[in-house]
Structure formats: C-alpha cells, structure tokens
Write a protein that binds this ligand. Structure first.
Ligand code: FRU
Length: 543
C-alpha cells in the first residue's frame, strides 16, 4: 500500500489493503462482535478467489483483523466464497451459510461452523461435510443467480427458515427454504417476495422491528408488538430497498405495505451509496444493527494505485419510526461518540440569506457534526412544487444553488477558497397538502480532480409545520460523508476525493443560499479520534 493515503478512513472499517465489498455474517457472540466481509486478498479490484475476511471487536468501532475465515478450497466453492449470513442456533452455537461459486460457476449454498468454540475470536471455521446443502432448482432460479442466504429465523413449528436472493426471467425474487436440522432444506416453490423487471435480487434481509421504542428484537420474534422488514438489493439499480409489512407465518408470506415502483417513492436505507447491507440482533444491548458497503466513486485505476477499494458504513442502529409506523430510523451506534474529542458549538445564531459561517477549531477531515436548524414561517415562504413526476435526485442537481427556504446546510470537506466542497443541504417546498423537505448531498464540486463519479444524491421527506425545524448529523471521514437527516429518517452517504481539502486543509462551513433567514438553533461539532483498526500484535488491547 503506497505511503500517501489522503482518502483512507480513520474510523470507518477497512481491511489493511485490497478489495472489500459486502459485510457478511455480522454477529455478537459471547462478548465479541464479528464482522466478516467479501474480500479479494490479491487485488484492489473484484475478481475470482473472493474470501471471507474476518475482524472482531468489543465495541463495533475498534477492530482486530484476523486470518480469513472462509476461503475457496472445495469443488463447491472453488471459484469464490460469496456473501451469506450467520445464525445463532438453539444450542447457542453460531453457524454460517454462504454462497459458493462451484467449479461449474453455479451458485450453491454451504455451511461453515467454528472449529473451536473455546477460542474467543472463533478464528477457524470448518466446512460442513454435507456441502453444498442447497443447489439451485431450475423452476425457481437461474443457476448463476441464486445467492446470499439470509440469517435464519425459527418458526413456531420448530423449523428454520432462510431466504435466498435469485432471478428467474427478469423477476427479482427471494426464495424461502425450511429445515428442521439446518442441513436438509426444503424449497417453498412460491417466492417469498418477488418483483417484475428488476433483475437479480441480492443480499436479502428479513427481520422484525418493535412497534414501541428503539430496541431491537431477535430475528425469530413473531408477536403483535412487531412489524417486519424485508430488504432486497437490486444489482441493476445498485440500491438497497426496504419494505415494511406483515409477516403471515402460517401462509409463509410477507405482505408489504407498499409495492416496489422503481421511482423515488420506494424506501431506501440510504439515498446515496450503501449496498449489500445486512442487519443483526445485538443481544448485548438489545438493538438491531445495520452494516452496509459503501463503494468507491473514483476509477479502478485510482483503486489500484491506492491499493484498496471499499469501506463499511458506521454501524447503524435501526428501528421503526414510531411516528409513521411505516418507515425506519437509522442512527450511528452510540459507541462512535466515544471517539469524540475537541468540541465546538454554536447556539441560536441567525444565518441570513446568502451567508456562510466557518465552523473552526475542529479537524474537519475527521468529524462528527450535529445541527438543528429553525425554519422561517412556512405558509408565506415555502416555494410551491408539484411533486408529480419530480425526481429529487435531479432536483438536487439543479436546485442546490438558490431558493427561498434553503438550500441551507453544511459544506463539508471544503477548501479554504471553497473551490472544493460537498454541500449537504435542505430546501423546503409547499405541495398541495403538505410541506416537504428536499435533502441533497451535492458532490459536483467535491474535487478539482476529474475521472470521479460526482453524481448528486437527493430525497424528499415530510416537514412538520408545527415543529418548523430540520436536524442533520454528518459523519465526515476523509473520503466518506454519511449524513442523517431528520434524526435518521433520511440518510445519504457519499464518497469524495478532494485534492485541496485533505487532512488539516479541510474546512467545514454552515451556509444558507435561500433568501429567508434560518436559525442555527444548536450546532455541535467534534473532532473524531482515529479508531484502532489493525492486527492484534500492533494494538493496545489486552485480551
Ligand atoms: C453484492 C454481491 C452479492 C455476492 C457478492 C460477491 O454486492 O454481488 O450478491 O454474493 O457481492 O462478492
């Protein structure tokens, strides 16, 4: 790995070098968090020979790298070991199901178990003698589009259930299998969840969320106090979509509140970059945690030069929005706050139209910012917008410059002369029956460098006209910005590669490009310390 690394993250998870994609089999087992991940140990690019990298942690922030947990070795996974999930069995033992790319390049499902349960880090994994335990069946899936088994849940009838991502024709599907012993699996020929014209469905996730409060529940819980979430990734769109709905376990069906439309109305975990995500239930703190892969926006040539590609998001706690009951809220896990150091705050400051204010005194390349904006009177000021056929992402690329209420927000990873900056902004509109906010993350001026994907991201959300506030939290880490609008109801993550605004030359500003004033009712910005992510021999851990 070359010396000069302005884009390597300081508190987002990365392997020591080379390619990483999906988070795999995250779990909490006997005091230790495990993260496995799709990894090419030989190159900074994707290829054959993908393995399961493995790291462990006591707090989900500082990580110890271990040897690869699963590598190609048998005819059923000789080309690659692709994504999968971990399940804690009834006897308390963990088991992994993953997709093997076999010698025919067919996708088959395999099991792996810890070799030695008394090793606190579960360093070694052994493959089951009955592998492959599931092979694709023509009637439900194409042989090369049948992958990424979910964490299993245990039904009242004593059977385990998993879903597998697949494609048949142009239909994206998740296929359900049942088993009594986790080794012999029976196909349910009716897809668990399917959508036309999407192409393959990847990395499905299925879990309950409590209808009260922010606590998570174990994956097998079925009761009147939970709703269910099905998440699917569509490779064609490169987005993770989620559906809240009702799990009818007797009929083995999931009824989503809303159908997939292929428009901006579909719910996504993140309206920027965030894919192949996976959640797990954290028994230690009774919460559900979500990880997602955030890929690069630079070129493959850049990745080869950097010697690495891909980061994981900060783990996010996820729960059902108790206001709407039909969407999720995500928030960076509280442990990230342990890395906060120097703080700077602003209270009750008016930001008049056209103004900009530097948030100085913090390391802006490695920071955590929380801000609450107070809006002007909406009735008289909000601009009218006809929502029909409007694509918020397109609106963000045109409407980021000036309006009435907004755009206002943060300029992150900005150079002193502002030639480089990433604007995370809000603008408020009036529609026929409500007020909506537009949240944008505009990468178009993030770098003077070319050959970068600088697509602008955006999404709508409802603005509460009684509250008249909008909140934003942004986690900035050298080449990634993760932004959580409205307390985590709308999230946008982006990757940027400034040429000037790196390290101590990065600045942070609050701006208002609207014509009306907004008030910074409260702003807190913290420097974030570097997390310890490395090999045990180099770390301060005493185990
Ligand atoms: C999603 C994905 C999965 C597959 C893995 C291969 O990003 O394509 O469907 O298992 O990556 O690395």
């Amino acid at each position: 790995v070359p010396e000069n690394q302005p884009y390597r993250t300081s508190y987002h998870f990365q392997p020591p070098q080379n390619w990483m994609n999906d988070p795999n089999g995250p779990m909490y087992y006997k005091g230790v968090y495990h993260l496995f991940y799709q990894h090419n140990p030989n190159a900074a690019t994707f290829g054959d020979g993908i393995v399961w990298g493995h790291s462990v942690s006591y707090d989900l922030i500082n990580w110890i790298h271990l040897n690869n947990a699963i590598e190609p070795s048998e005819s059923y996974d000789i080309i690659s070991c692709w994504s999968g999930s971990a399940t804690i069995l009834l006897d308390g033992k963990p088991i992994i199901m993953y997709t093997g790319i076999d010698h025919n390049r067919h996708q088959v499902q395999n099991l792996a178990m810890p070799k030695n349960l008394s090793d606190p880090f579960l360093r070694e994994w052994v493959k089951h003698t009955h592998n492959p335990v599931i092979t694709p069946t023509d009637e439900v899936a194409e042989v090369d589009n049948f992958r990424d088994p979910s964490t299993a849940w245990h039904g009242k009838d004593g059977k385990w259930r998993i879903i597998i991502g697949a494609q048949k024709g142009d239909e994206g599907r998740t296929i359900l299998y049942q088993s009594e012993d986790f080794v012999n699996w029976k196909l349910d020929p009716i897809p668990f969840y399917a959508t036309d014209n999407t192409g393959v469905c990847e990395c499905p996730d299925f879990y309950p969320v409590s209808i009260n409060g922010t606590n998570g529940v174990d994956t097998s819980v079925e009761s009147l106090s939970v709703r269910h979430v099905a998440k699917v990734g569509y490779l064609r769109m490169a987005h993770d979509y989620y559906f809240v709905g009702k799990y009818l376990s007797d009929e083995e069906r999931f009824i989503a509140d809303a159908k997939f439309t292929g428009t901006c109305l579909d719910l996504r975990y993140d309206y920027g970059k965030f894919y192949a995500s996976k959640s797990f239930f954290d028994y230690a703190k009774n919460r559900r945690i979500l990880w997602g892969w955030v890929n690069e926006s630079d070129s493959e040539r850049d990745d080869i030069q950097k010697g690495w590609a891909g980061v994981q998001s900060i783990p996010r706690q996820v729960w059902l929005d108790n206001k709407s009951m039909n969407r999720l809220v995500q928030w960076p896990i509280e442990e990230v706050e342990n890395l906060r150091s120097k703080n700077m705050s602003i209270n009750g400051e008016k930001l008049v139209g056209g103004s900009i204010l530097e948030v100085s005194g913090i390391t802006a390349s490695q920071a955590d910012i929380e801000v609450l904006f107070e809006l002007p009177e909406l009735e008289d000021n909000a601009e009218s917008l006809d929502l029909s056929g409007v694509d918020p992402q397109l609106l963000c690329s045109n409407a980021a410059r000036s309006g009435i209420i907004g755009p206002f927000g943060l300029l992150a990873l900005a150079s002193k002369d502002l030639r480089e900056h990433t604007a995370i902004s809000f603008r408020v509109y009036k529609t026929s029956n409500k007020y909506v906010g537009l949240m944008c993350s505009d990468q178009s001026r993030s770098s003077l460098r070319s050959d970068l994907d600088k697509t602008t991201y955006g999404t709508f959300f409802d603005v509460d006209s009684n509250l008249r506030t909008i909140s934003l939290r942004s986690l900035i880490d050298h080449s990634i910005i993760e932004s959580f609008g409205e307390g985590g109801r709308v999230c946008i993550s982006s990757r940027v590669y400034p040429s000037l605004a790196t390290a101590s030359d990065a600045h942070l500003y609050v701006f208002n490009n609207g014509t009306t004033s907004v008030i910074i009712s409260k702003l807190n910005a913290w420097c974030i310390k570097e997390a310890e992510i490395g090999h045990l021999k180099n770390m301060s851990y005493k185990t």
